[in-house]
Design a binder for this molecule. Structure first.
Ligand SMILES: [Zn+2]
Length: 232
């Protein structure tokens, strides 16, 4: 029987690794200094390196179902994503944090469906996105909006992490909310000032910038009246 995975990992070493050997050696000798924490959905169609043109050592990546961020609630439990955020900020001193959702996200669709009783962890995990769900009939448009609302919700939760908020307010970290539309090959960037997602081809910047640039008196962070998560 062909062991395709074995062939592929052999091929990595023979065909791919040699081009980057020097780079990998430097990254081992000098350690990693990625500037960006990329929090993305686990979806197989979301390709952080390809999307950002990043090479070895450039992205510190944490991926999970839905690109969700657990609350910083002081329980200090088994939160892999929370641990990655703390490590990226406190140890790696990243200057950008990207939260990247995407079109046709199974996690967002699952918010409108029955979850298998066997999937207890998945069911609980999706609670982190439930506020993003809309009380409407599920349509492609509703799903798109849910996906985008979920990204904003995670950005809000990210700001509850004291080490993140502190650095965002000190302008040492900028936050980026992205929604990747798979079939268009385009990332839509959340603009905190207008509260909307703008296609990267037309956007003026790659993210929200420092949160303090937002103007709360102009309304909700998301341009919808039901933006319940808007707290400041
Ligand atoms: Zn997804």
């Amino acid at each position: 029987m062909d062991d395709e995975l074995l062939q592929r990992i052999r091929r990595f070493r023979t065909d791919y690794f040699p081009q980057y050997q020097g780079q990998f050696k430097a990254l081992v000798d000098q350690g990693q200094h990625p500037t960006t924490l990329f929090i993305g959905c686990s979806d197989s169609r979301l390709l952080p390196y390809m999307l950002t043109g990043a090479g070895p050592g450039e992205l510190f990546i944490v991926r999970n179902v839905g690109a969700l961020i657990p609350p910083y609630n002081g329980l200090h439990g088994l939160h892999g994503t929370a641990a990655a955020i703390e490590y990226a900020v406190l140890n790696l001193h990243v200057s950008h944090i990207v939260v990247c959702g995407h079109s046709h996200c199974g996690a967002m669709k699952a918010l409108y469906e029955e979850i298998s009783p066997e999937a207890k962890n998945l069911d609980a995990w999706l609670d982190l996105a439930r506020e993003a769900a809309l009380p409407v009939q599920v349509t492609p448009e509703a799903l798109r909006r849910t996906e985008q609302r979920a990204v904003v919700l995670q950005l809000e939760r990210l700001m509850d992490y004291p080490m993140v908020r502190q650095r965002v307010e000190a302008r040492q970290i900028s936050l980026h909310g992205w929604h990747y539309v798979i079939e268009e090959g385009e990332i839509h960037v959340f603009d905190v000032k207008t509260g909307s997602f703008v296609p990267a081809s037309r956007a003026e910047h790659s993210g929200t910038g420092p949160y303090q640039d937002a103007e709360p008196e102009q309304g909700a962070i998301f341009n919808e009246v039901d933006a319940a998560w808007y707290k400041t």
